[in-house]
Design a protein around this ligand. Structure first.
Ligand SMILES: Cc1ncc(COP(=O)(O)O)c(C=O)c1O
Length: 393
């Protein structure tokens, strides 16, 4: 059959028809354990009754008005985000890339208001910020940029988890207005920086009077064991971007800002037709309420640490497994060589995983995963890795 979809994805040979919690069920009624959550989106699992109810109820009343009117659900969701994050203001959009676009615009306007005509933003090697022109230019992956030049200018790249490199960049370039960084790099390979990396960045941003902007699109909304990953560090960034899990599958993005960054996008400076519409916000409200009601954020830490310990124990004797790391339920198992083939092998065993940065198995299971399902994930994946690495000579 000829597909009329642009071939932007190498798709795996399966079609899912429905979901139940951590399970996806395909068109042949086969069940798969989803350890990826649609890449950190379905943190509450599939077909969660609270989300289903919220969007059904809202869709019977109103889907969309426009941002030229007040939107009650948007105000409610913003209040909840502010009280959970400590930030001050929110701009709603529809995706992660759009949330980062808003952040980049805030940084540039902040620079212009300080009289800097060519503002630049420090970004990291191995980062991922999206596929729009500005966000792919910010992204630290040549493959993502290949063929799309000229890139958007105004990004200065430094190695991740390297504070000296940031200071050096700041000392040689007086146009820098912000640092944009992921608290944990997801696409880059589940790279977890030093415990005080974000604290040090906060200090540098204060010292140089530049904006600290965190891309929490993958790490946010409870995944790492705090609502936002920066909350492990007891700091507050100036800007923080969210998307993915905020709607549990209903598209929504948000750019949160605090302090001097909160009032930069003034009337007419930015906009979105769909951003923060009543339906998307109803989903967001239900997501935040459910995370709290079921204590899922604290549990993400416990479940993630327990998964890591089990993998570490069962893979300890495997010389091809060089690192197992996690922050809550953001888990990476790094092999000593490229292992993208594992994704297909896992699919054959009805397990959904992903490999990033060529050699790191990425696990982002739903936060609702239970003990039995976790054990099944460990047993299945350990057997797959063991079998795969046994064939390496
Ligand atoms: C850290 C990070 N930023 C931005 C994005 C882009 O989000 P979206 O695909 O919703 O535009 C992603 C998506 O993987 C991401 O992981």
């Amino acid at each position: 059959m000829t597909s009329h979809i642009m071939p932007t994805y190498n798709r795996l040979p399966v079609i899912f028809e429905r979901g139940e919690g951590v399970w996806l069920i395909d068109t042949n009624n086969q069940r798969y354990l989803d350890a990826l959550s649609g890449i950190a989106v379905c943190n509450l699992g599939h077909a969660h009754p609270n989300i289903t109810k919220a969007i059904c109820t809202q869709s019977e009343k109103l889907l969309h008005t426009s941002n030229i009117y007040n939107i009650a659900n948007q105000e409610i969701l913003a209040d909840k985000l502010i009280s959970k994050s400590g930030m001050s203001n929110v701009f709603f959009c529809n995706s992660g890339a759009e949330a980062n676009e808003a952040a980049i615009k805030i940084a540039r306007k902040y620079g212009h208001e300080k009289g800097i005509k060519n503002p630049a933003i420090i970004v990291m090697e191995k980062s991922f910020h999206g596929r729009t022109l500005a966000t792919l230019s910010a992204t630290g992956n040549a493959k993502v940029q290949q063929g799309f030049g000229p890139l958007v200018e105004g990004f200065i790249r430094v190695p991740y988890n390297n504070v000296m490199a940031i200071k050096n960049a700041l000392d040689t370039n007086k146009h820098i207005v912000a640092i944009l960084v992921e608290p944990i790099q997801g696409e880059g390979g589940i790279n977890i920086p030093a415990d005080d990396y974000l604290n040090q960045i906060r200090n540098i941003c204060d010292q140089y009077q530049i904006l600290m902007m965190l891309d929490e699109i993958q790490s946010g909304v409870g995944r790492t064991g705090q609502f936002l990953a920066f909350q492990h560090n007891n700091i507050l960034p100036d800007v923080c971007t969210l998307a993915k899990a905020l709607g549990n599958g209903v598209p929504i993005g948000a750019c949160l800002a605090s302090g001097k960054a909160a009032e930069i996008l003034t009337t007419g400076a930015h906009g979105s037709t769909f951003g923060g519409n009543p339906l998307a916000c109803a989903a967001g409200i239900a997501v935040l309420d459910t995370l709290d009601a079921d204590n899922l954020i604290a549990l993400a830490q416990v479940k993630g640490d327990s998964l890591r310990a089990k993998f570490a124990e069962q893979l300890a004797a495997n010389p091809h497994v060089i690192d197992i790391r996690n922050k809550g339920l953001m888990i990476g198992i790094e092999l000593d060589r490229p292992c993208a083939d594992l994704v297909k092998l896992a699919l054959e065993q009805h397990l959904l995983i992903n490999v990033t940065n060529e050699s790191t198995i990425r696990l982002l299971p739903p936060l609702i995963i239970n003990e039995t399902e976790s054990q099944q994930l460990v047993n299945t994946l350990v057997a797959i890795i063991t079998d795969y690495t046994a064939k390496i000579h």
